[in-house]
Design a protein around this ligand. Sequence first.
Ligand SMILES: *Cc1c(COP(=O)(O)O)cnc(C)c1O
Length: 447
Amino acid sequence: MRPTETVAPSGATPRDPVSPGRDWAQDLAFDRAHLWHPYAPIGGSAPPWPVVAADGVRLVLADGRRLIDGMSSWWAAIHGYNHPALNRAARGQLRSMAHVMFGGLTHGPAIDLGRRLVDLTPAPLEKVFLCDSGSVAVEVAIKMALQYWQGRGRPAKRRLLALRGGYHGDTLGAMSVCDPVTGMHRSFAGVVPTQIFAPRPACRFDEPWEPAAISECARLITAHQDELAAVILEPIAQGAGGMWFYHPEYLRAVRALCDAHDVLLIADEIATGFGRTGRLFASDHAGVAPDILCLGKALTGGYMSLAATLATTEIADTITRGEAGCLMHGPTFMANPLACALAVASIDLLLSGDWQARVRGIEEQMRRELDACRGLPVVRDVRVLGAIGVVETRSPIDPEWLMARFVEAGVWLRPFGRLVYLMPPYVIRPRDLSILTGEIRAALSEA
Ligand SMILES: *Cc1c(COP(=O)(O)O)cnc(C)c1O
């Protein structure tokens, strides 16, 4: 029996609580025929579930079912959905302007956001580039690094070193620093630049530090220092490339190697930023400041697409003195006022609340409850850091079966490969979190 048949993604039912007149059967047929979804074939065997509303930690499906959200819509919706403070910020901004170009103009929301980002991030990061998505923030970071070394008169330094198991986005430059195997570099050979890859950091976050864990990375940085512009990594917690947590000492060692060999350090905190790992930024676990920092995802509390790339004054000044005279980037929707206003409201909401206690509470509860998965025959590893909980299985489990099983049980989780993972909104209540962890355990014990 195919599980997708037991829980058909809700078709035309009279119970759509938001748009009762909508013909979902026809709409889903259109979706199936015409719309691409992330990393999915058009018209594939796993049709998406139609969602009509979201509120707090609940997603409301077209057939009226309410699912507990364990994904925060890919790390973003840290305050939950339909939040009054964020709704108010959006409405307030709409009264003056939704968007204006940023070329030659500026506005309050961008300035207010810039102030907050300069204040919150480590002291040397003082220059802010506001763009429209995480991938673009990574492109901007890479271009900053290349233009910096041109400005320093060392144009040969134009390659990047990245870590296996990393993920940095889907545009061509960002792809070049994603894990070459899971990023399918083979399909883009000759177009995606060839970068240098160090092994995935072997030493876990909570194990005793093992100095051998840095040796291959150290060898590569030393050997390639004349052509390396920067090391790019996700500090402490690797996300979409494998949900792996590594030792803060590794990050400190990379920082020291970069300093010793004239290489910039780019921290991609697009997934980890704004508290997800238990610190405001994951680099804080190691007390390390990068030269360039990428933020995104939770920046607007999940309301709109917005990202930021921060750099040191030295980098910005060197770029300005270089041949181009400025950073060669400027997207149409740069610093979109509506998105900036939401980011300001989301940051203020986060900092005015007890996010640390909440994330700690989620962490402790996930440790306790996911621990029960360890004994299951299909489970290889369980790991938790901050508000990220991961259960790794020994072999991949049919994701279509798993997701249908989860939806049937009233929870929203999107496993990939051998990873079933949980990153709920920080506002989730213990009872709802218990349902999520319980359903993971129940599903994996049936698998
Ligand atoms: C999601 C993600 C990106 C890409 O962000 P998009 O907004 O999807 O372009 C880059 N780096 C990391 C670490 C991410 O998690």
